[in-house]
Design a protein. Structure first.
Length: 254
């Protein structure tokens, strides 16, 4: 399948790497040049198909617009006049409004992938117009299931799905950095601390997924009565750890 990109910054390039990781041909990935250094750089690095006009995207089944919210709408409008197929946006763009101005063989859907798509371990939330054609839904799902899990959600829930899956990797990265600081403070080498913490996170997630136990049950399996873990848990409560995360998700989502 040929897939086009307008915008190859952080998330655009993560999706491109995800497609390459899933063994898509590099020449099936079309990237709009438009004088943007990031597009030229990634095209040269991975031998992608560089194009200079939106019309050239007509060879593609889907075109992903991955630019910031403020410029996405104008780009989608221009693209809709020159391209026929599936238009996707990782940023702005009103689903109903954009779709209402498109030709019959063209459609627009919104996607929120997260950065782990680049290694096939991502999550992508997708919203379609309510009467979207099943073949369009199948094509978009096919693109993103190559890179991880896909959730098709109503448009009014896309924001919170995008926050919980797409923003929280940054929260977890901050947590890794803080845990690493504490490990270093107590004598572990920096590089060793990252390895231990990242493996711990991976194992903890895998155990939660495999056991299907609630997080509270899994926590109880670690907290020996009178032991060290519960002292740490109590300190997290005292310092507002859970409340901080709840507030962070709400701040990102609203
Ligand atoms: N970074 C992430 O994890 C995620 C980002 N998003 C959303 O995706 C959008 C893009 O985010 P990032 O990739 O992080 O931003 P970014 O700033 O890293 O990338 C945007 C890219 O678009 C290019 N660009 C801007 N205008 C252009 C145009 N007219 N034609 C071609 N290229 C153009 C820029 O040169 C830049 O390389 C934002 O709306 C963001 O909210 C959504 C999900 C996850
Ligand atoms: O920070 C942002 O706005 C985007 C949305 C999801 C991840 N990054």
């Amino acid at each position: 399948m040929k897939i086009g990109f307008i915008g190859t910054g952080k998330i655009g390039s993560a999706i491109i790497k995800g497609l390459l990781n899933a063994k898509n041909s590099s020449q099936d990935i079309y990237v709009y040049d438009g004088g943007h250094k990031s597009a030229q750089k990634i095209a040269a690095e991975f031998n992608l198909h560089l194009v200079n006009s939106y019309t050239e995207f007509n060879a593609c089944q889907a075109v992903i617009v991955a630019v910031s919210g403020s410029s996405a709408e104008a780009i989608l409008k221009q693209l809709g006049q020159k391209y026929h197929g599936i238009m996707l946006s990782t940023g702005g763009g009103d689903l109903t409004q954009i779709n209402s101005g498109l030709a019959q063989d063209t459609t627009f859907a919104k996607i929120v992938p997260n950065t782990p798509v680049q290694i096939g371990s991502g999550i992508t939330a997708i919203s379609f117009i309510p009467d979207e054609k099943p073949e369009v839904i199948a094509t978009v799902k096919k693109i993103f299931t190559q890179m991880g899990a896909v959730y098709v959600v109503p448009e009014n829930l896309l924001g919170i799905y995008g926050t919980v899956a797409g923003c929280t990797p940054a929260f977890v990265d901050l947590m890794i950095a803080a845990l690493s600081d504490a490990a270093v403070q107590n004598g572990i080498k920096r590089a060793d601390s990252y390895q231990i913490i990242e493996q711990m996170l991976l194992g903890t997630s895998q155990l939660a997924l495999a056991s299907k136990k609630l997080p509270e049950e899994l926590k109880d399996e670690v907290t020996t009565p009178g032991g060290s873990t519960i002292r740490g848990v109590a300190k997290l409560e005292e310092t507002g750890f859970r409340n901080a995360l709840i507030q962070a998700v709400n701040a990102a989502a609203n």
